[in-house]
Ligand binder design. Structure first.
Ligand SMILES: Nc1ncnc2c1ncn2[C@@H]1O[C@H](COP(=O)(O)OP(=O)(O)OP(=O)(O)O)[C@@H](O)[C@H]1O
Ligand SMILES: O=C(O)c1ccc[n+]([C@@H]2O[C@H](COP(=O)([O-])O)[C@@H](O)[C@H]2O)c1
Length: 198
């Protein structure tokens, strides 16, 4: 495997948590620990994005976001990575396609907060993402009903399962809304407080 690309054994189930992480916070760490536990994942890889294609304002430098993410998430089961910058991908569908090609023996599960389910139908080739990998949606304050009523949730209603642990066994399309004790942290609130330099 090339330098900077995490190692993974054949048969592993790895959750991918993509994000701006501008900056990383306890909410990210919380949903990661919950996903590991509730979905029976072997690893979670944080994909610190070069920049969300739907966000107008560019994030803080990638090196700063990586350093903060590594400080926030210290767990041997979690890899904080800049894979998208290395792969040259920005769109999630392209990242997943590239990772499936690079790691043919690994099962990837896409992880995201419920706010992203609300706007998932605006992502590039979003239906292809759901056809490629199981998707675990983690509850986020204020997004329970809006997430579950979203366009993507309605169109893929037939592929929804009720328990997170089912994601590791089923082939896509399959997704789950995972209810969990919620953490209200958000990067925008931290930036608004001025605790994080851009
Ligand atoms: N507190 C939280 N609870 C559940 N999911 C979360 C939480 N914070 C972030 N996430 C999810 O983690 C992923 C990465 O989030 P991101 O880096 O955009 O942080 P954010 O706090 O949502 O940022 P911002 O406030 O700038 O939108 C997204 O899928 C997002 O939905
Ligand atoms: O592929 C897309 O079209 C797309 C559109 C919006 C967001 N994403 C991804 O969603 C993840 C969460 O983004 P963010 O900025 O909410 O942390 C991150 O990995 C982004 O690259 C992807």
């Amino acid at each position: 495997m090339r330098a900077g690309f995490p190692k993974a054994a054949t048969g592993m189930v790895i959750g991918l948590l993509g994000g701006s992480f501008d900056p990383a916070h306890e909410g990210h760490a919380h949903i990661t620990r919950e996903a590991l536990k509730r979905m029976g994942l072997d690893r979670v890889w944080w994909l610190v994005s070069p920049g969300n294609p739907l966000k107008a304002q560019g994030p803080a430098p990638l090196a700063d976001r990586m350093a903060r993410a590594k400080a926030v998430m210290r767990d041997p089961r979690v890899v904080v990575s800049d894979l998208e910058a290395r792969l040259g991908t920005r769109r999630t569908v392209d990242t997943i396609t590239a990772l499936q090609r690079l790691y043919p023996g690994v099962r990837f599960v896409w992880l995201m907060g419920a706010d992203n389910l609300g706007q998932f139908h605006r992502w590039e080739r979003w239906q292809e993402i759901l056809l490629r990998v199981p998707v675990g949606v983690l509850a986020r304050p204020g997004w329970g009903v809006r997430g579950r009523m979203s366009k993507a949730a309605r169109i893929f209603n037939g592929a929804r399962v009720s328990r997170g642990e089912q994601l590791r066994m089923r082939d896509a399309p399959v997704w789950c809304f995972v209810n969990l004790p919620m953490d209200g942290s958000s990067s925008s609130a931290i930036r608004a407080r001025g605790d994080w330099r851009r």
